[in-house]
Design a protein around this ligand. Structure first.
Ligand code: ZN
Ligand code: ZN
Length: 346
């Protein structure tokens, strides 16, 4: 079968390898869609300390079961499935307390295990053990189902930031994650959702799709001023930074309303993770700052439901569909910010 494997930074190869076999506790799937995200670009450029090459990349996975290993019950060939990306151990103290997204033993598809940039893939027993394989509801295509994973992460972020009825929400970063944040915030009853990006072109493309109440190009206007103007000086109830930007995180503190919640959804570069924080803003305005680290298996199942119910449509966010031999083009398009969502159809 054909796979796209990471060998070293700057070195992803299309290769022919033997098809994997489903051993005890595993299932084998025919991958139908594996979508790409900014993380794939990061891995391509810098590698990752959890990846020991060669490794098949790809972690936003949907496909069809073709083989069921010994001891696996409830699944059969032909079942359409979506696979989680982050695999909690299910046994540690955090997992036992229900904090699955911060399991210290977390492993990931495409990092510790071969991922979805392949014609076939084995779903590890550890995924099945934590209910990490989801049946794709009727009416939901494989490409849409592959977006359940990023939507699950967005759902985790908005739960932690308590996005809800009547909130004014600012989303900074208009990539696929920013678009999903806009749509999810609306489905959770937000009053108004503003979308901001430094890149005017990307912002226009995203705004045309998800229709925010205002699109703010932070490269052209002062984002904090603009948000204060839009909210009558109050600020936003929730600010979500869906960009690897310390400056955006600092601005988030400035434009949050009293009792506002701030989600540092996107992480910062490892070599530059420190920001300035006016602690008195947090103190007197009773701000809440929350992080977000991936998603749990339950978030994935609920994300799939949100897609199926039409609460969070995703089909129109998929702007590019490419074959496995075009993986490098896909990574290039994502790196240039020239697409919303790029999916690989192996
Ligand atoms: Zn991703
Ligand atoms: Zn754990």
């Amino acid at each position: 079968m054909k796979v796209a494997r990471f060998h070293a930074p700057g070195d992803i190869r299309l290769e022919e390898v033997p098809e994997p076999v489903a051993h005890s506790g595993e299932v084998k799937i025919r991958v139908r869609n594996c979508s790409t995200c900014g993380t794939d670009v990061k891995i391509y450029r810098f590698g990752h300390h959890h990846i020991r090459p060669p490794r098949v990349m790809g972690h936003e996975i949907a496909g069809e079961i073709v083989e069921v290993g010994e001891g696996v019950t409830g699944w059969s060939p032909g079942d359409r499935v979506q696979v989680i990306a982050a695999i909690p151990c299910g046994r540690c103290e955090e997992c036992r307390r229900g904090h699955l997204t911060v399991c210290p033993n977390q492993e990931s598809m495409g990092y510790h295990y071969d991922g979805g940039f392949a014609q076939y893939m084995v779903v590890p027993a550890k995924v099945l053990a934590v209910d990490g394989l989801n049946r794709i509801p009727d009416g939901v295509g494989f490409a849409e189902a592959s977006l359940a994973e990023p939507l699950a992460c967005v759902l985790n972020g908005q739960e932690l930031a308590r996005v809800g009825e009547g909130d004014d929400v600012v989303v900074v970063g208009s990539g696929p994650i920013g678009c999903l944040h806009v749509r999810l915030a609306r489905s959770r009853g937000a009053a108004r959702v503003f979308l901001a990006d430094l890149n005017a072109e990307r912002l226009a493309m995203a705004a045309a799709l998800v229709g925010p109440d205002a699109a703010i190009c932070s490269g052209e206007t002062d984002l904090v001023d603009e948000v204060l103007k839009l909210t009558g000086g109050r600020g936003a109830d929730v600010v979500i930074t869906a960009a690897a930007s310390g400056a955006a995180q600092q601005q988030a503190l400035q434009m949050a309303a009293r009792q506002g919640r701030i989600s540092f959804f996107g992480g910062l570069p490892k070599d530059d993770p420190v920001i300035a924080c006016d602690s008195n803003l947090v103190h007197y305005r009773e701000l809440t700052i929350v992080g977000a680290n991936g998603s749990s298996p339950a978030h994935n199942a609920r994300a799939l439901r949100l897609i199926a119910d039409g609460a969070v449509p995703v089909a129109d966010l998929i702007t590019h569909r490419l074959g496995l031999d075009e993986v490098m083009d896909a990574i290039d398009v994502v790196a240039r910010g020239a697409a919303i969502k790029v999916t690989i159809e192996p």
